[in-house]
Design a protein around this ligand. Structure first.
Ligand SMILES: Cc1cc2nc3c(=O)[nH]c(=O)nc-3n(C[C@H](O)[C@H](O)[C@H](O)COP(=O)(O)OP(=O)(O)OC[C@H]3O[C@@H](n4cnc5c(N)ncnc54)[C@H](O)[C@@H]3O)c2cc1C
Length: 406
């Protein structure tokens, strides 16, 4: 947006506030004036509660739907910057005006910490910071904070079928929050966590200065890779190291109910690590409750049972996976037929769909920005139960992935 038109919009905002609530208006006016005067390039897009699209922008990437309720505290401003200098201006002005900053990349925070606070706050939504520059020659990529994991995988795969990045499975998770908290995925046994593969980073500190690895120093660089970057500033971008992946990987999802010996399989799965399965193999376990009272969409009873779902990623072809499973986990291999094993490129439409299916089983909130696709969550009365369940399952998967690391 050009500066001149921004100032016209700013004046309209200011007039509106003055007509409605003079005291509040003057605080908002002061803040916006501050932002305009510190924004060298141009004024960022600003939404205030009276803006027609305020709520839709706020809710565009809220993944814990309990926080879409009217009772959830709302920001005084939402800013969607498209230039780093606009964030620098925001940091300076928020400090001056006593506003807390919450930064949102992908909006997957379980506690909603990227878009809610109990004190007056301003929300920076990094939806416009999604540039991904992949450099295959030196096995690296610069990834802006607002990019999603799916976008990162897609851009890498566009450049090379044998390069990948070991991060989470849900394609809509943002790299800003994900990598700064560690970030695990189905390649964790082979390559470790996403944060282990950060080469450099650009952040804006509380003084509004832009720092990279060299200027922030090794202590801060260490802290933002797992310690949560939000305690230290606003992350602009990560430089990540790519890892080698084989041209063909195999994915398999097998679900067994209690009646199909799920208990024995889970017991065996817990001890698989001691058999020394290769690091190319990860088997994630999800335990859930399923409805046995319907068949092909028709209700035939009211039963429920416990189901264990094993999701396997093997960095190699299906024949090799079956051989490994036959030796190390024959009980599961019995149920793993050739047709259950889908060979594919490390990241393509298929793996996206397969992993998406797994995550939908694990967590229906997952992977869709369109909440209408998840009406069962909207209908949940006991919201605490939803959140508790999500956290339990995530912990379980973390535990499962790490516990079988050789
Ligand atoms: C459906 C779903 C699936 C998931 N799958 C996985 C998985 O497979 N593996 C895994 O490890 N985790 C997974 N997670 C957890 C996820 O990695 C974390 O919740 C992560 O913090 C989300 O990052 P985000 O950018 O999307 O979230 P946000 O809500 O945007 O941010 C999360 C936190 O980081 C801060 N933050 C975000 N961006 C910035 C920034 N640019 N600068 C400073 N602070 C920032 C926020 O303020 C907030 O405190 C999943 C979560 C969900 C909801």
């Amino acid at each position: 947006m050009e500066s001149s038109s921004s100032f016209v919009i700013l004046s309209v905002f200011i007039s509106l506030f003055l007509l409605t609530s003079p005291c509040k208006a003057s605080a908002q006016e002061d803040f916006l004036q501050c932002l305009a005067s510190h924004s060298n390039q141009s004024m960022p897009q600003v939404y205030v509660p009276k803006s027609p699209s305020f709520l839709s922008v706020l809710q565009s990437s809220i993944y814990n739907l309990r926080f879409t309720s009217p009772a959830t505290p709302k920001p005084q401003f939402i800013i969607t910057p498209n230039h780093e200098s606009q964030i620098q201006a925001l940091v300076v002005c928020s400090k001056k005006h006593g506003l807390k900053i919450t930064t949102r990349s992908g909006g997957h925070d379980f506690e909603g910490l990227s878009y809610r606070a109990n004190v007056p706050f301003v929300l920076i939504d990094l939806v416009n910071f999604r540039t991904i520059d992949v450099n295959i020659r030196d096995n690296s990529a610069w990834v802006q904070a607002g990019a999603t994991l799916g976008e990162v995988y897609y851009r890498i795969a566009e450049k090379s079928p044998v390069h990948g990045f070991p991060a989470g499975a849900c394609p809509t998770v943002g790299v800003g929050g994900h990598i700064s908290g560690g970030g695990f995925g189905l390649m964790v046994r082979k390559f470790g966590m996403a944060a282990d593969h950060v080469l450099d980073a650009r952040i804006i500190n509380a003084k509004g200065e832009i720092l990279d690895r060299k200027t922030m120093g090794e202590d801060l660089f260490w802290a933002i890779r797992g310690g949560g970057v939000t305690s230290f500033g606003v992350l602009l971008a990560w430089k990540i190291k790519l890892v080698p992946v084989p041209p063909t990987v195999t994915v398999s999802i097998i679900a067994k109910t209690l009646q199909q010996d799920a208990t024995e399989l889970v017991h065996k799965w817990q001890s698989v690590a001691s058999y020394g399965v290769p690091n190319e193999l990860s088997i994630a376990l999800h335990i859930g409750v399923v409805d046995t009272g319907s068949s092909n969409g028709t209700r035939i009873g009211s039963g429920r049972t416990v189901q264990a779902t094993f999701t396997t990623l093997f960095l190699g072809p299906a024949t090799q996976l079956l051989q490994v499973m036959e030796k190390k986990f024959p009980e599961l291999e019995l149920g793993m037929k050739q047709e259950d094993c889908k060979e594919m490129r490390w990241w393509n439409q298929n793996i996206h769909k397969t992993i998406k299916k797994f995550l939908e089983i694990r967590n229906p909130i997952c992977c869709s920005r369109n909440h209408d696709e998840n009406p069962q969550i909207l209908r949940q009365n006991d919201e605490n139960q939803v959140v508790r369940r999500d956290l339990t399952l995530t912990c379980m998967v973390v535990r499962s992935l790490t516990s079988i690391r050789a």
